[in-house]
Design a protein around this ligand. Structure first.
Ligand code: AMP
Length: 285
């Protein structure tokens, strides 16, 4: 069946109302477009678990900082539409900026503490923009299930917290990171990397794997792991490391020593040329 494209809030509301009346379940996959296999993995899961799948494509200006890449963020809506249609997606919600944020817009949603940690230190208003747009999309689509990737692990934790705190009746599903064969986590921003930068970018996933091996071999002192991994970047002067951190998976709090039986994220953020990449690995000690 041909995918239906919906551009207005009024139309998505009336469409969703009709779906709900027919007793069908709705899965939502929020994206900023320029879709890759990572996005499609979320779409496939939604298709399996829901009667109707709605994918949104919206490059959300409120989650970009003033010096970030909003204007050059890659877009290819024709290709995205074809990919989603091939997956059998029912609806593409494709609002324009003014439809979401009219000139008199003034309401924001913020998970105040978790949004300030880790990525939040480097991108101060980023998560406030994310929770605001995700709230708006949840109100537009009223999904039973909403699908997010672990690639943005802190985002996933923050959205789960928002849903819990605001008592939203939505099941948030977090899906594994999809990677290239050589380890690079798929991201729409990978298109910015030239050939040389693309090769260098492998240090992110390599260093995460190195950290995981150290932890699994019994190193539980966080500082020792971080020191060893940071050294791997000293030789790579063209990669500017923002941070390597190990945090509790549920809270994103930093810790000094890993405890048996608990889950942690090893987080990494680095700039290669003008491209900022993030990656992570989940480890159980
Ligand atoms: P974005 O379009 O970058 O905002 O991403 C939309 C959704 O796709 C988010 O929930 C991301 O975490 C998820 N996503 C992005 N890259 C990947 C990946 N490599 N593997 C799995 N999910 C991903």
């Amino acid at each position: 069946m041909k995918i239906k494209i919906i551009k207005t809030v009024d139309e998505i509301h009336s469409t969703v109302k009709a779906i709900k009346l027919s007793g069908k379940s709705i899965g939502l996959v929020p994206t900023m477009g320029f879709l890759h296999r990572g996005h499609i993995s979320l779409v496939k899961e939604s298709k399996i678990k829901n009667d109707i799948t709605i994918v949104s494509v919206f490059v959300n200006p409120t989650q970009f900082g003033p010096t970030e890449d909003l204007n050059k963020y890659p877009r290819d809506i024709d290709k995205d539409t074809a990919l989603l249609e091939a997956e059998g997606v029912d609806y593409l919600f494709l609002p324009d900026e003014k439809e979401i944020y009219p000139d008199d817009y003034e309401t924001y949603v913020e998970v105040t503490k978790t949004s300030k940690k880790q990525e939040g230190e480097f991108r101060p208003s980023h998560f406030k923009g994310v929770t605001t747009i995700v709230s708006i999309l949840f109100n537009c689509v009223c999904p039973d299930n909403a699908y997010f990737g672990r690639k943005d692990a802190q985002q996933a934790v923050i959205i789960k917290k928002m849903v819990k705190d605001l008592k939203m009746d939505i099941n948030v599903v977090i899906m594994p990171i999809i990677r290239e064969d050589d380890g690079l986590a798929l991201s729409s921003r990978n298109i910015y990397l030239n050939k040389e930068e693309r090769e260098r970018s492998l240090l992110l996933s390599k260093s995460l794997n190195e950290a995981k091996i150290m932890i699994e071999s019994g190193e539980h002192l966080v500082n020792n792991v971080i020191k060893k991994i940071s050294n791997m970047f000293l030789k790579e002067s063209t990669i500017h490391l923002n941070y390597i951190r190990i945090v509790e998976a549920s809270s994103f709090n930093e810790i000094e020593q890993l405890e048996k039986g608990k889950e942690y994220y090893i987080l990494i953020a680095a700039r290669i040329g003008t491209t900022r990449l993030i990656d992570n690995l989940l480890v159980t000690v």
